[in-house]
Design a protein around this ligand. Structure first.
Ligand SMILES: Nc1ncnc2c1ncn2[C@@H]1O[C@H](COP(=O)(O)OP(=O)(O)OP(=O)(O)O)[C@@H](O)[C@H]1O
Length: 324
């Protein structure tokens, strides 16, 4: 980011040598994440500038700045309570920042929330569908709120039911839907007024792996169809599988920003994991060959694997995302 300091990542290897290693010393390395180019708010799909949100004594978001490019799938990755939902609430006009500015497709959210609402679709974390109504009725209700003309409404609803694969269950009550079906209906509902930007708060929370993949397919499909996507997740695999870029957020602060591959490469694309006297240890290398060579100098259980975004988070915070 122009004018922004690099984020420094200091690996544990910089502080101490791993227990169990042979004579082969591993390099001390302080890794700098690459700078991210800054977009002007009017160019960006979304722009968040120095945003702070306080609830009484709790600071939910603390000076966050980032941009989402038009046409991008961008993920906010972080543990529970990191501030992801609060950021979405501010971008979608539901909460006001204590300080800072937010822009949606170049529109200042504080100045013109009505236009912002027209530009965005929101898939909330909690299923707030009308359970007593059918899938189709839920969509009709929402279309009426958006004042879609009748002819357009019916056509669009049928298209969307096909799009999300629910046409065959459209006239069943939502209370009989599985978790995955309800989530697809929530996505269809958010797309009714053809938003340019879609927000998804933990889109696959509580879903089984197979259903999760179907939702990922749907998100990728609508992104290919031109929709900019901002999603929050605390699932590493979801961020890696779906997102062009991720912002890693912890305790209200953005601590890393970049493509998953970039962030992992900055640490070292391969990880040697083993138990030392102080518990689990991880050492990172640029190539599998180097990692294997190092693993060969260790005794006991040693795993060589690809680095993942959880590793990035642990290196930056000393904690695990999953642990919260
Ligand atoms: N309305 C509110 N009043 C008081 N505190 C709040 C409010 N909303 C959020 N917080 C606090 O702000 C912090 C960030 O919460 P937020 O819901 O944004 O996190 P999150 O990363 O989305 O986590 P989760 O996925 O669990 O929702 C938490 O400490 C939370 O308790």
């Amino acid at each position: 980011m122009r004018g922004r300091k690099f984020l420094l990542v200091k690996g544990e290897r910089a502080n101490s040598r791993p227990v169990g290693e042979g004579d082969a010393a591993y390099p001390e390395r302080v890794t700098a994440f690459p700078p991210q180019e800054e977009l002007l708010p009017e160019e960006a799909g979304l722009a968040v500038r120095g945003v702070v949100k306080r609830y009484g004594l709790v600071t939910a978001v603390e000076g966050v700045t980032f941009s989402v490019r038009r046409g991008e799938i961008f993920g906010l990755l972080g543990p529970n309570g990191a501030g992801k939902t609060t950021l979405i609430r501010m971008l979608t006009t539901l909460a006001r920042p204590t300080a800072g500015e937010l822009f949606v497709a170049g529109v200042n959210v504080a100045e013109d929330p009505v236009t912002v609402k027209r530009l965005i679709g929101v898939v909330p974390q909690v299923n707030n569908l009308e359970r007593e109504l059918t899938g189709r009725e839920n969509l009709v209700l929402h279309a009426l709120l958006h004042r879609l003309p009748k002819e357009l409404r019916e056509k669009r609803i049928q298209q969307l039911l096909d799009y999300v694969g629910l046409a065959h269950r459209a006239d069943d009550r939502v209370q009989n839907y599985s978790g995955g079906m309800a989530r697809r209906l929530l996505i269809a509902r958010a797309l009714l007024h053809q938003p340019a930007i879609l927000f998804l708060d933990e889109p696959t929370i509580g879903l089984d792996p197979q259903t999760r993949r179907k939702i990922w397919d749907l998100i990728q499909l609508l992104n290919r169809d031109g929709v900019t996507v901002l999603l929050t997740t605390h699932y590493i695999e979801e961020a890696e599988a779906l997102c062009h870029r991720v912002g890693i957020i912890d305790r209200g602060k953005l601590i890393a920003l970049g493509a998953p591959r970039e962030l992992k490469a900055q640490l070292g694309a391969f990880c040697v994991e083993f138990f030392g006297r102080e518990g689990m240890r991880r050492v990172f290398f640029a190539t599998r060959q180097e990692a294997k060579a190092y693993a060969g100098t260790l005794v006991g259980d040693v795993t060589v694997r690809r680095t993942n975004l959880e590793d990035v988070f642990v290196e930056l915070t000393g904690r695990e995302i999953r642990g919260g």
